[in-house]
Design a protein around this ligand. Structure first.
Ligand code: FAD
Length: 485
């Protein structure tokens, strides 16, 4: 493509955080170059935000559909929050002295300090904890003398099993890492999900030695590793949307097909706001989960579609319960707990939202506990009716905390296209997708399916997709690109 962008139009398919960040960045690129650009943002749902939505329940709890916080170490989201004027709404985790727990064999077991990188950096405290059996704790020491594996990707099981032992894998690593990533440890790509572990091995030849070095290097005050927004993560979406100026918004419009027409791309969408209309554009950003982009890519770019189809996502469910504080306060385990598979629960873990963040309940008399279910291998739970889910998981909360208290309210959220699963070989797959896109300068993909599921990575992917289609339209990079970190 060549020439100026006069009259050029870009369609963004998907109005989650990736699509919104792409729209925001494209708008900035156009503004900084003084060139006009039409941007159309299609969103299948009636609201923007995708997985990121916040609302208040009847009892007065803040309900998050997806994320309740984000990692501050990667700057893209913090920078964006600064750009859109939300910095004064940032809140840090409260009660930093509070721990998280793993429920195992009838008891909540405190995660000892120094487990931030998943690996026990503080061996003394780990060995004295009750996190694993005595044999399971001693078994991790093998990591200190085992040679690093050959270069290349491997599964969580292949990395952790031989080095830290099977007990550590199933009781600690799997709930901590694979649970969040909706993945089975046998399939989960270490290089794509926890690349830091491979860096430790390359540098220190041992996970434990590497984690210890990192811990020592972190002495002195550090900024909070996780932050949230005062009124919930949904504020990010409303603030971003509020800044989209002239971007055309097509809510309730599901893009169903992309074809070539008149040297441009023609999008066909179903939905009230489209009224059956078709849209001719010069470039497209596909900001839906990869497997949903497959059908859109198939007719024009079958090789790309084939790669996209190989990045699955699994339903994730959350239930946010309101408990009366006096009935449960005494037994609350810090910021929350995780449950390894094999403990006979549907829930994979829970966050005590009112312990972790300020302002998660309008009443100080209520405690908010948010349970997580689903992910790889648990898709059948999505078939279970709300009432049954609420009962079962409330029973589990009662059993795990050994209380008879019952919740006074429960809110179920179902995220059908939950977190994508990065399987072994994911990085090579994304590299092949990039290569295929090199030949399609008017197309970009963005979102959690590619280079990280956390919000900072998702924001970055939207911004990079914007930069890519801008370059495709202009044959040169835009000025606002330089700020991408
Ligand atoms: C329960 C849960 C908890 C999480 N917790 C955290 C956390 O604490 N911290 C963190 O950093 N991350 C967390 N995540 C991950 C993070 O929320 C997601 O990775 C991120 O929000 C994904 O954004 P996205 O824009 O890529 O995709 P999505 O949010 O899925 O947005 C894609 C959008 O595309 C739309 N769409 C799909 N097909 C079409 C079509 N054909 N036409 C038009 N629109 C279409 C969808 O309706 C959707 O709105 C969590 C995720 C879940 C599910």
């Amino acid at each position: 493509m060549s020439g100026g962008a006069e009259g050029k139009k870009v369609a963004i398919v998907g109005g989650g955080v990736a699509g919104l960040a792409a729209a925001h960045r494209l708008q900035a690129l156009a503004a900084s170059s003084g060139e006009s650009l039409q941007i159309v943002l299609f969103e299948r749902d009636r609201v923007f935000g995708g997985k990121v939505q916040s609302r208040w329940s009847k009892a007065g709890l803040l309900i998050e559909r997806g994320p309740d916080s984000f990692l501050t170490r990667k700057p893209a989201l913090l920078d964006l929050i600064g750009e859109i004027g939300l910095t004064d709404q940032l809140i840090a985790t409260q009660g930093s002295a509070l721990s998280s727990f793993i429920y195992r064999k009838g008891r909540m077991r405190r995660l000892p300090p120094g487990m931030g990188a998943l690996v026990p950096a503080d061996l003394f405290r780990f060995l004295r904890s009750d996190l694993l059996s005595p044999g399971g704790r001693l078994r991790v020491l093998r990591d200190l003398w085992l040679s690093p594996p050959p270069d290349g990707d491997l599964s969580l099981r292949e990395l952790i099993g031989p080095r830290l032992g099977d007990e550590f894998l199933t009781q600690v690593a799997e709930p901590l890492i694979a649970g969040i990533h909706s993945a089975e440890p046998e399939q989960m790509s270490v290089a794509a999900t926890v690349p830091g572990l491979l860096t430790l091995l390359t540098r220190d030849r041992s996970l434990i030695r590497g984690a210890r070095r990192q811990m020592r290097a972190r002495s002195g005050p550090t900024s909070p590793p996780f932050m949230s927004l005062r009124d919930g993560m949904g504020s990010l979406v409303s603030a971003l949307e509020g800044q989209l100026g002239a971007v055309e918004r097509r809510l309730g419009s599901e893009v169903q097909a992309i074809a070539k027409a008149e040297g441009r791309l023609r999008l066909r969408a179903k939905g009230a706001d489209m009224g059956g209309k078709e849209e001719l554009v010069d470039a497209v950003v596909l900001a839906t989960p990869a497997h949903l982009a497959t059908g859109l890519a198939l007719p024009l770019w079958p090789d790309l579609a084939q790669e996209l189809a190989e990045i699955p996502a699994h339903p994730v469910l959350t239930i946010t319960y309101a408990y009366l504080r006096p009935e449960i306060e005494q037994v609350l385990p810090g910021h929350g707990w995780l449950v390894p598979r094999g403990e006979g629960t549907w829930m994979r873990g829970a966050t005590v939202m009112t312990n972790k963040w300020q302002g998660r309940s309008r009443s100080s008399e209520l405690v908010s506990i948010r349970a997580f279910l689903g992910g790889a291998g648990q898709a059948a739970l999505n078939e279970v009716a709300d009432d049954r889910l609420i009962e079962q998981v409330a029973d589990e909360v009662g059993r795990l905390l050994a209380v008879s208290a019952r919740p006074i309210e429960a809110t179920v959220e179902r995220v059908l296209e939950g977190n994508p699963e990065y399987r072994v070989g994911h990085i090579e797959r994304v590299a092949r997708i990039d290569q295929l896109l090199d030949d399609i300068p008017n197309l970009a993909v963005a979102g959690a399916s590619y280079r990280g599921i956390g919000l900072p990575d998702v924001v970055r992917s939207g911004q990079e997709a914007a930069a890519r289609v801008w370059k495709g339209l202009h044959g040169r990079e835009g000025e606002a690109d330089t700020v991408i970190r």
